[in-house]
Structures are given as C-alpha cells and as structure tokens.
Design a protein around this ligand. Sequence first.
Ligand SMILES: [Cu+2]
Length: 332
Amino acid sequence: MDHPAGSPRHLSRRSLMATGVLAAGAVGVAAPTLGNPFAGTPAQAAGATRRITIYAEQLPGGLFGYGLAPGQATVPGPVLEMYEGDTLEITLVNTTTQRLSIHPHGVDYSTDSDGSPLNASFNNPGETRTYVWRSREMFLASGRRFMPGSAGYWHYHDHAMGTDHGTAGVAKGLYGALIVRRRGDILPDKQFTVVFHDMMINNRMAPNTPMFEANLGQRVEWIAIGHGNLFHTFHLHAHRWADNRTGMLEGPADPSHVIDNKDLNPGSSFGFQVLAGEGVGPGAWMYHCHVQTHSDGGMAGIFLVRNADGSMPPGAEEAIHRFQGHTHQQHG
Ligand SMILES: [Cu+2]
C-alpha cells in the first residue's frame, strides 16, 4: 500500500470514497472553518428516514420484550439496523401496565427522544410515543481530524421501568441490538444477539441458553451486549475476529488485534462477523462467559455449525446432549 508522503492512510481518496464521505460532500471543502468543529457536518438530513413501530409487551415468566408486530415481542428484542446518515423514527407502543421507554446507544437524539424520566421522555402505561434516532457519517473537522461517524455495533434498552434508569426493564428483558452500518459494509447471512446479563444469557441459563445454528461457511454476525451488575468476558470457541469496528481485517497490514475473547461489561457492546467453522470444520462449538464462576453457573451456550448441506456433523448430537446433561445442576 503506498500513500503519498505526509498523507495518513485514512485520508486516501479511495478509502474516503469507499466510506461514502466524498459522496456526502463533507470533504469537498479544503479548509474547514477553524473554531467550528461542525464545519464539515455531513449531509445528515440527506439520509433516508425509516419509520417503524415497536410494541413493548409483557411476556410469560415475568419477562418483557420489544417486538416489531403485536404479539411478537422477544428477549432480546429485534435487531434494529440503519446506515450512517439515516434516521430511524420509532413509534413505541406500550401495551403494558408499566412505565417504560426505549433508549439507544451510539446514535444522536434530542432530549425528548432520550427515553429517560430525567427528560420526561418515556411511555406511560398504554401510551404511544415516537422516538427519533439520527446517525451521521464520519466527517473532516478542523485540524485534519475526522469526527467519528455512528457506525458500530450498539444496543438499545428500556430506561424507565422500575427506576429512572430502567433497572427493572433491563432485568426483565427490554433490550436489543442496534447496528449502524457504513455504506459498503458486508452483510451477514445470519445474526445472533448475545446479551450477558447478570448470571444469564438473553435472560436464560444453561442448558436453556440459546443454541445458535449456521451451516459451514455461512457468514455469521454476532452482536454481544452487556447488562446488569457483573463484569463478563465473551469467548467463542474455535473462531477469531479482529478487535475493530467490523471484526474483519482490512488488509495484510491492518494492525487490529485478533482475539477470541473480549470484555463485555454492563452497557458495552461489540460485534463481529465470522465464517462458521472456517478452518476448524463443523461441530458443536461453545460460546460462554470466561469468568469461571459464571460459565460454571450457567453462562454458556452452543454455536452449532452444521455441515454445508445442513446435516448434522458427527459427534454434534452427543455434544449437545452432554451440554444439556452436565450443566443443569446449578439451578432449579
Ligand atoms: Cu460472566
């Protein structure tokens, strides 16, 4: 890779075009006005606005969930996605008898879309309210510095049930993944949301934790989110990813660390893509919290990589039975 002397590699025209910054007109101005950090503000308003309705519902077992249609709430809620520069307008229908809201990480919003009681931004029982989440592209600010865009693996959650921080809502399942993509990002074949929350995964404990399935070679996107009061580490067996925005290396000289284990503390999130079973083959692979008392206590699950034709690989059935048999004594 050769770059002109004095030109940081991220300033190359090619990479700017790849990220759509040029298209947004943000870098057309040679010298952004000093003193105004938003001189190069990208064409945020030029992005698309997408309107969705989300239903907050009470679920069996004392849980609550978000869903995209009545009667379809899940824990975690649906994966919400947008492209940098776009706006997501969410009409939240509160079908429950509890005060609740939806509060995002990683995107821009006004105080009235904050989702917090502090800003009187929540749904009373039975109330419908609209929240607006905006996103932006990376842009060149003064001093040849780039202000970050919104792209990332983020998340959303309740911020009003039980306490002013939504502690009860989060505890009962009102959370989900939010992905802001950069134009040109590679889209996955499958998506798995994994929420480490107190001693649970997606509010379940082993052996009832989710079993995620893919066929050999499928591009699988993991979105990992932390909640609750404990620190966790997310570990995936037999697969590795780059510790950067996408989980992929952008070239042979990409300095990103390659990892297979990452801190997943309350409020934090990350995501990555892997090719299922790449280099290791199909099988029942484990994912789990690597805090030993947590994995022993039920924070573990199975990533079942089937054969490319969807059939079960040798040994996988037995491994699943083993998993179901030897971890159920910790809880009733
Ligand atoms: Cu843990």
